[in-house]
Design a protein around this ligand. Structure first.
Ligand SMILES: Cc1ncc(COP(=O)(O)O)c(C=O)c1O
Length: 365
């Protein structure tokens, strides 16, 4: 346990008890329905399905987009492993694509090259997964341009980007299907949970069916398809009802944390690159991230932070370099590897933690 964690939300016991008390004597599934309604209101989406993880949401979204054995699905190489694993659950092959330097997300140019080559080999990808790393929205106009030209749907993995916006629209509503994560370290947590967002009624109905063990609506148990136990639990949904209320102030505070770090560390001589917001991109600054020009600096800082019980994390180790995933096809330009070698995430949960971290960093030569 770190005294200063990277990103965590202590349980608000009184707040949670108040929420639960309001449901005394009612069906527990009403809590889940109300959480979905709150998410629909917040995102403006037509259909929202609350699930027990963001990973489950990606799995069902890919299945709904028709992904199956033998298919290819494009995913960024610079991401958390949960983006890629569901492709494998469905027997499909990930096609890993590197990042571009302004948002650190999937590069539209490299995506175009990767798709073109696969189309030439008669292996047109079934879907493209776009991730908004650390909350920074991807270059959606350019990515949509590429995907539309090949008629390939976008699954938007907005797990880290709840509250981020692209040209005014909320992350999660920018692709054919969107997913969110509410795990312990996320900006809105249900202490385990996720959601699938869609405008398409058929996708909503199918994914709800699969998430509830594909149980037919009959007075006895009948199953005409394989199913999963992916629905969110009422207790997690109750936490979500509470936490979602604070989303705007959470985003505001995390943005202040990022500004504080930049203000304090900006004067140092370390040659730091910050993940800046391009015009039209509004980041929730889930994690404050920075690049040092010298990779050794990272080890030095992490050792110092460890001594002070401060949790820092290296950026994602790209999927194409991971022992299990290096066998899959990849289109790389070296940028994801540079991010891994030179990047660091700092504690981002609140301004008090940011002050503690800044003062330790400032004591360093
Ligand atoms: C980019 C990305 N995708 C998917 C997930 C999966 O979410 P969960 O942990 O809720 O399964 C996460 C977070 O863990 C993530 O960071």
């Amino acid at each position: 346990m770190y005294k200063t964690p990277l990103s965590s939300t202590p349980i608000n016991i009184t707040g949670l008890a108040d929420i639960l008390r309001a449901y005394e004597g009612k069906s527990v599934m009403k809590i889940v329905e109300d959480f979905e309604t709150a998410l629909r209101k917040y995102t403006g989406a037509k259909y929202v399905l609350a699930l027990n993880s963001g990973t489950a949401a990606i799995h069902l979204a890919l299945k709904a987009l028709g992904v199956g054995p033998g298919d290819t699905v494009v995913a960024p190489t610079f991401t958390y492993v949960a983006t890629v694993n569901p492709i494998l659950y469905l027997g499909a092959t990930p096609l890993l694509v590197d990042s571009e330097p302004t948002t650190w997300n999937i590069s539209p140019e490299l995506l175009d090259t990767a798709i073109k080559e696969h189309v030439r080999k008669k292996m047109k990808p079934r879907c493209v997964i776009v991730v908004h790393n650390y909350g920074m929205p991807s270059k959606m106009v350019e990515l949509r341009g590429v995907c539309n030209s090949y008629e390939i749907p976008i699954l938007e993995d907005a797990a880290e980007a709840v509250g981020s916006r692209y040209k005014g629209a909320l992350a999660g509503t920018l692709g054919q299907i969107g997913i969110l994560s509410f795990n312990n370290n996320k900006i809105v947590t249900t202490y385990g949970g996720g959601a699938l967002i869609t405008e398409n009624e058929e996708i909503y109905r199918k994914t709800l069916f699969w998430a509830t063990q594909s149980r037919e609506d009959k007075p006895y148990y009948e199953h005409t398809d394989i199913g999963f136990n992916y629905r969110i639990s009422p207790l997690n949904a109750a936490a979500g009802l509470l936490e979602l209320k604070g989303i705007d102030s959470r985003v505001a505070e995390r943005r202040q944390v990022f500004d504080r770090y930049r203000e304090i560390l900006g004067n140092r001589n370390d040659d730091i690159t910050w993940l800046e917001e391009p015009s039209g991109h509004f980041s929730n600054r889930w994690l404050s991230t920075l690049l040092f020009s010298h990779p050794l600096k990272i080890n030095e800082i992490m050792a110092k932070m460890e001594l002070n019980s401060i949790e820092c994390r290296r950026l994602w180790n790209p999927m194409h370099l991971q022992p299990y995933y290096q066998k899959y096809p990849a289109f790389v330009n070296g940028y994801a590897e540079k991010l891994f070698q030179q990047g660091l995430s700092l504690p981002s949960g609140n301004l008090t933690d940011a002050s503690t971290v800044s003062s330790v960093l400032n004591q360093m030569p």
